[in-house]
Design a protein around this ligand. Structure first.
Ligand code: ATP
Ligand code: MG
Length: 556
């Protein structure tokens, strides 16, 4: 990314820079290591931008490594979605790798540790192991199986691999120190038995390495120079280093940064999976989801997400990021690129009594006034139009600059009109406005000399195209649903989706394609949804034009 150079350094860039300056490495190697047990979310985007950003800026490359050591929760669907999302964000990995490809090597590493007398097969149950682990202030107790001979351990481990024992019957543990001040160093488990089908290795294995044994060793196998992970792995670093030193393999180094979470949502794959499975949302790519695929379907651009990640940067301490910043980033981007369109959501009929019946006039309006090269589109104008119901008031307050009896407004890119008469049905509901237009007031050629304060969007009734719009609000009512009492799903916002099945759009919208971005004047930014068909156009509102929540907050 060409703008990277100007961005200020974060502490990880500083480490990389000094390592390169000291000649420790000629090039750096980073990896993005997702577990394929769900779709990527906005927190992952931060890690992706960090890992790939470093090797875009400095000499070196980034691997994509699937951390697929847990057969039960992983799936090829997730692998594909993860690759799609990274590509869409604009990054390219050097090698596509899988921790499961190293199962053979990891097994050999374990055998080496056994041979050195540094690993043993433990027949204790999980509960028994936990009971002997001690506490942060009290040392643990050695397992009764800790002093098995090397031969016995080699034999039992081979038989674990051969499938002789049921799930949970035995584990392989590394022999460090049951009184170690770091609990994670008290003989951690390296392997457990799990007779389960793996998405890549099928039924080849029934023992699987634990995270701590797979991760650092995979880093080392790939000669990763800077292994970046989130803060919860700080206490794991000691074990990471111990295993690499003891096995005498390539010395990768682990560095930690703060997890990035945003408010009014959850960013944990486990929780997001519940929302999907329990049908609180319409799949992983529901536009309300904080997943990359959800944001993409909602209309976010990769540029806006990268910009967001750049702005929040990398921190050493966790904090909740305001989702308004993400919305700010997408508004900034869409303002520059979105095509302007007029769409009436809640129509009120307006008849221009001095405009000829049956006449259609093609008016022109800018596709995007912010664009470097201004292009225009045609908008048909006729005697019968729709405006927004809320743009008319029969008895307006003082500063109502929209339409009212006897009052004038401009119709965007068209004429100034004046409301002459209000037509009601037998129940007193307003059903039609009779107006007159000023022929000399046409936008771009206005010689009328009349100044009006309000400009309204409108569509010509005979030319209007029907569409459906989906308006989204925050998925949760509270800032940090994952940290509230009880089930996080109790805090779901019941009004997070509002569907308006018939809105009236100017005909230019008929040409919409997936990926086109629009600003519906005064309504927000929109993009075509995948549920769209030729017969039924469906638009997602990506974001409103202004931060309406900021207003809500300042009221309270
Ligand atoms: P989750 O709890 O959502 O499942 P995870 O850490 O288990 O997250 P992984 O697939 O293991 O998910 O993550 C891949 C990489 O992305 C890891 O390096 C992880 O540290 C990083 N990552 C995950 N969540 C975040 C986050 N919220 N902010 C920054 N980085 C993250
Ligand atoms: Mg994980």
């Amino acid at each position: 990314m060409d703008t990277k150079e100007e961005k200020s350094h974060n502490f990880i860039e500083e480490i990389v820079e000094s390592d390169l300056a000291a000649g420790k490495y000629k090039e750096i190697v980073t990896r993005f290591p997702p577990e394929p047990n769900g779709y990527l979310h906005i927190g992952h985007a931060s890690s992706i931008c960090l890992n790939f950003g470093l090797t875009n800026k400095f000499p070196g490359y980034t691997n994509l490594r699937f951390d697929d050591t847990n057969p039960v929760t992983e799936d090829t669907e997730y692998v594909e979605s993860i690759k799609d999302d990274i590509r869409w964000l604009g990054f390219t990995w050097k090698n596509e790798l899988y921790a499961s490809d190293y199962f053979g090597k990891l097994y050999d590493f374990a055998v080496q540790l056994i041979k050195k007398g540094l690993a043993y097969v433990d027949d204790s149950t999980a509960d028994a192991i936990a009971a002997l682990k001690g506490t942060p202030t009290q040392p643990g107790v050695d397992s009764p199986f800790r002093n098995r001979s090397v031969e016995e351990n080699l034999d039992l481990f081979a038989r674990m691999k051969a499938g002789e024992f049921p799930d949970g019957a035995r584990t392989l543990r590394v022999k460090i120190d049951m009184a170690h001040p770091n609990m994670l160093m008290r003989d951690p488990i390296l392997y457990r038995i799990k007779h389960a089908h793996h998405h890549r290795t099928g039924n080849d294995w029934c023992i699987y390495p634990m995270y701590d044994f797979a991760h650092g060793q995979s880093d080392s196998i790939e000669h990763i120079t800077h292994s970046l992970c989130t803060l919860e792995f700080v206490p794991h670093r000691e074990l990471y280093d111990w295993l690499i030193q003891t096995l005498e393999i390539y010395p990768s180094h682990q560095y930690e940064f703060a997890r990035r979470n945003i408010n009014y949502t959850v960013t944990s794959k486990r929780k997001l999976l519940q929302l999907v499975n329990e049908k609180f949302v319409d799949g992983w790519d529901d536009p309300r989801m904080p997943t990359i695929s959800g944001l993409r379907r909602r209309g976010y651009t990769p540029e806006s997400i990268r910009d967001f990640c750049d702005r929040i940067g990398i921190a050493k301490r966790e904090n909740l990021i305001d989702v308004s910043l993400l919305e700010f980033c997408i508004r900034e981007d869409l303002n520059k690129i979105a095509l302007r369109r007029m769409v009436v959501f809640d129509p009120l009929k307006l008849v221009i009594t001095n405009y000829p019946e049956g006449k259609t006039e093609m008016l022109q309006s800018e596709e995007n006034p912010e664009a470097e090269k201004i292009e225009v589109r045609d908008i048909p104008f006729s005697r019968e139009l729709y405006i927004e119901k809320e743009d008319f008031m029969e008895n307006p307050p003082k500063k109502f600059f929209r339409l009212a009896p006897g009052q004038m407004v401009r119709l965007k890119s068209a004429y100034i009109i004046k409301c002459d008469e209000v037509i009601k049905d037998e129940n007193g509901n307003i059903i039609e406005l009779r107006c007159s237009y000023i022929p000399e007031s046409r936008s771009g050629a206005d010689t009328s000399g009349i100044n009006v304060k309000g400009t309204l969007h409108w569509v010509s009734i005979p030319h209007a195209v029907s569409a459906e719009v989906r308006l989204y609000d925050r998925l949760f009512r509270v800032e940090d649903p994952g940290n509230e009492e009880g089930d996080f799903k109790e805090y779901i916002n019941p009004d997070s989706l509002q569907v308006i099945s018939h809105v009236y759009a100017e005909p230019a919208l008929l040409k919409s394609r997936f990926g086109d971005r629009y600003q519906f004047l005064r309504k927000g930014y929109f993009t075509l949804d995948k549920d769209s068909s030729e017969e039924n156009l469906v638009f997602n509102r990506t974001v409103t034009l202004k931060d309406t929540w900021a207003k809500e907050k300042s009221k309270t």
